[in-house]
Design a protein around this ligand. Structure first.
Ligand SMILES: Nc1nc2c(c(=O)[nH]1)N[C@H]1C(S)=C(S)[C@@H](COP(=O)(O)OP(=O)(O)OC[C@H]3O[C@@H](n4cnc5c(N)ncnc54)[C@H](O)[C@@H]3O)O[C@H]1N2
Ligand code: MOO
Ligand SMILES: [Mg+2]
Length: 397
């Protein structure tokens, strides 16, 4: 058996190599950028009026002028106008290009307009007020979005503003999720007394969905020949297989033997951890297989602790910031293995995040996870963990 840290490191040494693809911008949410995006113009591209009102020359105001003849109206989306005469103004709208000759905006709230004359009613007008000067935010040619960034709402807005009709992103892997087990039936069926409905692959599909991956669902019975035949087909058609069940010590646990028979090289089987001890990980030169223990809490833990970080790294995303929380109460766990404790998180007024233990009744108690927000990783070399001590957490929401 190997440690959690070693197992994690081994998975990260066998990342998928995923090609780049071009996708239309509206379909790029959540995808990972493979080409930097630069500003085609300054941000903002012109001296942008920031308030609806009148545009004046500050020198006129400074000289005591308070009433200005309204020479016209300039709305956003109209070409730039010129403030031709001294002591005149233009009505001007938010988003318009500042008129030539004007340098200051006075809001409508601070002006009375009657009979084509605008009278400023305040005494604290500042030179250049309510103007968002050209290039204050970014300059033409600046790198706005960098390689490896995940495209979310703000990134898509920036990409749209520079005319990026399509973007180059990491292609998503083809992933097959495979439940195994004679006791498992389809969710639409009614179980006999010794049967249960399969649930693990639905959890996995949702977890992978958080990375935009649209994984396919499969089920195979506990028959060595049928497993070999169907896994071979799925291996050929996908970049990655995630199996659930059949990896422990039982008479129907054929998965490791079948994967070996199909030429998938094993990198490890079994980790010093609870839950999820029998996790199996292997690869071929171009494909990856995670065979997760069938107990549902083990499946969830292995997904969040190993599979999702593996996929994030394969997609080219930066490593997620490590998150910590403080134990709300003392926990004792004697075995010399890493204990992943389900916890509910609360955010305290003093800024701390507290982790409230939800041990549940073991690795088959998946209903317990309904109340949990994370697993807390309690290190293998200790057996008592005090209230207030901080440990790493792996969030499941
Ligand atoms: N003698 C030993 N027995 C077991 C050991 C061991 O070391 N020695 N390890 C235990 C641990 S730890 C785990 S975890 C489980 C792992 O079992 P398998 O990966 O072989 O999974 P199965 O035997 O197929 O099923 C276990 C359990 O999980 C349920 N299951 C499986 N798939 C699904 C699914 N898709 N949806 C819902 N539930 C599922 C299945 O019905 C079983 O109850 O082995 C221990 N045993
Ligand atoms: O991994 Mo098993 O979940 O320790 O029961
Ligand atoms: Mg088993």
């Amino acid at each position: 058996m190997i440690s959690v840290a070693d197992a994690f490191a081994i998975t990260q040494q066998h990342l998928l190599t995923l090609p780049t693809e071009t996708v239309p911008l509206p379909l790029a949410n959540g995808r990972v950028l493979r080409d930097a995006v630069r500003a085609d113009r300054d941000f903002p591209p012109f001296d942008r009026v920031a308030m609806d009102g009148i545009a004046i020359r500050f020198a006129d105001y400074a000289a005591g002028q308070r009433t200005f003849a309204v020479a016209g109206i300039q709305r956003a989306g109209q070409p730039q106008q010129t403030l031709a005469e001294a002591n005149s103004c233009l009505e001007i709208m938010t988003g318009a290009m500042l008129s030539i000759g004007a340098d200051t905006i006075v809001r409508y709230e601070d002006v009375n307009i009657t009979d084509g004359q605008a009278t400023v009613t305040i005494d604290d007008v500042q030179p250049g007020q309510h103007i968002h000067p050209q290039a204050t935010d970014r300059r033409a040619g600046d790198e706005l979005l960098s390689l490896g960034m995940r495209l979310g709402p703000p990134e898509l807005a920036v990409a749209a503003s520079v005319g990026q009709i399509t973007v180059h992103v990491t292609a998503l892997p083809r992933v097959a999720l495979i439940s195994t087990g004679d006791e498992l039936i389809d969710i639409a069926d009614t179980p006999l007394p010794y049967q249960i409905r399969r649930s693990n692959t639905y959890m996995l599909r949702a977890a992978l969905g958080s990375l935009g991956i649209d994984a396919s669902l499969h089920h195979i019975i506990d028959d060595e020949a049928i497993l070999a035949d169907q896994i071979a087909g799925l291996l050929a058609a996908n970049d990655m297989l995630i199996l659930s069940g059949g990896v422990s010590a039982g008479k129907a646990d054929f998965v490791p033997a079948v994967l070996a028979q199909l030429g998938v090289q094993k990198h490890f089987h079994k980790i010093e951890q609870r839950p999820g001890k029998p996790l199996w990980f292997g690869s071929t030169p171009t494909k990856t297989v995670f065979a997760l223990p069938g107990n549902p809490v083990s499946t969830v833990l292995c997904a969040y602790r190993y599979v999702l970080p593996y996929l994030r790294a394969s997609l080219g995303l930066p490593t997620q910031a490590t998150r910590y929380a403080q134990l709300a109460e003392q926990v004792v766990f004697k075995p010399a293995i890493t204990y992943f404790l389900p916890v509910r998180l609360t955010s305290e007024p003093d800024g701390r995040t507290l982790a409230h233990p939800l041990p549940g009744s073991g690795s088959a108690d998946f209903a317990n996870l309904l109340a949990a927000d994370a697993f807390m990783e309690l290190p293998a070399d200790r057996s008592e963990f005090g209230a207030g001590e901080a440990f790493q957490i792996w969030e499941t929401r």
